[in-house]
Design a protein around this ligand. Structure first.
Ligand code: UN1
Length: 517
């Protein structure tokens, strides 16, 4: 174990979460079986090996799916509030294990410990939400056009839900899906990112303990591990009516096509290219906090990260100076050390992407005003630490149109009315999150109107990242159109059935059609 791991209590955290040196990467029911190759999980914090995970083979996958489909038949018969009680207990376990799990998230993924804790809090919040929802899976009743007829709709459990999640939110995004799926009576098969397999094992261990304590099969929550090939088995599998996938647009297009080819449902939460519009009526202090947290939080690796600042020309120099000054205060280093603001990128491939983005923006005519660069030397041995960078650019640069998962912020200038800023903001293929900083009611309402932001999330006087679980989360255009988490996102995890009941002795036909025998 490395010095950082020892100093920051990683060993105890792993122990509390039931992580061994080599972990079973596949789990269902009371059996644990994995016979595939081993994934070694290295921490981007210090480059050291944390533990190993056995991957899932095709044969293992078949065993998982047969357990999941059998378990579904049992789980769907439990009353929804009882399923909610299981989710409540799961949330309680997360409260108990918040610190070790937050620490593992921070050490395996690289986000700050505070953000690791925040991620676990997001899991707890969705559990609370799901518990209440377990008594509210309402359908509507309608008036029938025929006398003596009753019409209503109900929501039934859907089946096995496949979850593919990304490294950047290695535990919360699974929980958004799984807490809702469970109360809906579905069982889940989860493929976490191969970059954060231990977070997956930790969550599975927690879920398994709750199931065991309630004499329920662990198969309600199934885990498979491996690369995209194991994900592909799910996308092509007719036994999985819904695949919920979070990740890049490239991945989403592959998943969507495979699932659509078998007429399954997919819930996609893909890339963003999020902007904050800064109008002449913006509060400068709030703008700086929102923009800097949005751009450098999670080292720019959130799908909601702020990538573009669209600033009115009258404010441009003031905002630029303030943001550049704030970047000078940023401390980059070990994310478990709470004095640091920015941790490492996930791996050296991500560092290469970051370097390429900086080269490209200059090549396209942009200007780096906070240079960035890769850090080396003491504390930066993993090679994954980079300095957040800022470039002045134009919206139509190819690199600005592209989502680079790194702390690179583009400053764009607009003139005239807020419509011009909105046109720039909407002028990308992605449509996840957006924000406007203004104290002007007309501008704010314009931004929120049907001819305003085209994103799934539009905020006023708040940055682009850090959504609460109570709202539906997701975006439009190439972000994929899916909605997870709050509001009525639960409906995608259920199948809707319309029921019409005739309590007369006649059989009148709808639309007044006559058919006399
Ligand atoms: C993601 O980056 O995939 O709104 C999810 C946020 C977080 C979730 C981000 N609540 O930034």
């Amino acid at each position: 174990m490395s010095k950082i791991a020892t100093d920051f209590g990683i060993h105890d955290a792993l122990k509390a979460l039931g992580i061994k040196d080599v972990n079973e990467g596949t789990s269902t029911g009371s059996n644990h079986f994995s016979s595939g190759d081993i994934i070694s999980s290295y921490s981007p914090v210090d480059g050291s090996l944390i533990a190993k995970v056995k991957t899932t083979t095709k044969e293992d996958y078949e065993k998982v799916m047969s357990t999941a489909t059998t378990t579904f038949k049992e789980w769907r018969t439990k009353p929804a509030p009882l399923r909610g009680e299981i989710v409540r207990q799961f949330g309680d376990k997360l409260r108990e294990l918040k610190e070790p799990l937050g620490k593992l998230v921070s050490y395996e993924m690289g986000k700050s410990y505070q953000e690791g804790l925040g991620e676990v809090q997001e899991m707890i919040d969705i559990c609370d939400f799901a518990v209440g929802l377990s008594r509210q899976l309402h359908g509507l009743t309608m008036h029938s056009e025929r006398p003596g007829h009753r019409m209503y709709e109900q929501y039934h459990s859907l089946g096995v839900v496949g979850i593919i999640s990304a490294f950047n939110f290695p535990v919360a995004v699974w929980a958004w899906n799984t807490a809702l799926a469970w109360i809906c009576g579905d069982v889940c098969v989860w493929k976490p990112s191969e970059k954060t397999p231990l977070c997956g094992i930790a969550c599975q261990n927690i879920a398994a303990a709750v199931m065991k304590a309630n004499n329920l099969p662990e198969g309600i929550s199934c885990l498979i591990n491996g690369d995209y090939k194991i994900g592909e088995l799910m996308t092509h599998d007719k036994r999985i009516p819904l695949v919920s996938a979070t990740g890049s647009i490239r991945m989403g297009k592959i998943v969507a096509q495979a699932v659509a080819a078998r007429l399954g449902k997919s819930l996609l939460e893909l890339g963003g290219n999020n902007a904050i519009i800064v109008t002449p009526d913006a509060d400068l202090k709030m703008t700086v906090i929102g923009a800097v947290f949005g751009a450098v939080g999670t080292a720019g690796q959130r799908c909601t990260s702020t990538r573009r600042l669209i600033i009115h020309e009258s404010m441009y120099y003031k905002v630029k100076e303030a943001v550049v000054a704030a970047y000078k205060q940023l401390r980059i280093g070990n994310p478990l050390d709470e004095n640091n603001h920015v941790g490492p990128l996930i791996d050296t491939d991500a560092v290469a992407q970051y370097k390429m983005a900086l080269e490209k923006v200059v090549k396209e005519g942009g200007k780096l005003i906070v240079e960035g660069g890769v850090l080396d030397g003491a504390g930066y041995e993993s090679g994954c630490y980079v300095k957040p960078a800022i470039a002045e650019a134009k919206n139509d640069f190819e690199i600005v149109q592209h989502e680079t998962f790194a702390p690179v912020l583009y400053l764009l200038k607009y003139s005239g009315d807020v419509e011009n800023a909105i046109a720039i903001q909407n002028g990308v293929v992605q449509g996840l999150s957006s924000a406007i900083m203004t104290n002007n009611l007309r501008e704010a309402e314009h931004f929120l109107s049907a001819w305003g932001s085209d994103c799934g999330i539009a905020n006023v006087n708040i940055g682009t990242s850090g959504a609460e679980i109570g709202g539906a989360f997701g975006g439009e255009k190439e972000t994929g159109g899916g909605r997870e988490s709050g509001s009525d996102a639960w409906k995608v995890y259920m199948r809707r059935q319309t029921n019409t009941i005739n309590y007369t002795t006649e059989l009148p036909l709808a639309q007044g059609i006559k058919f006399d025998l």
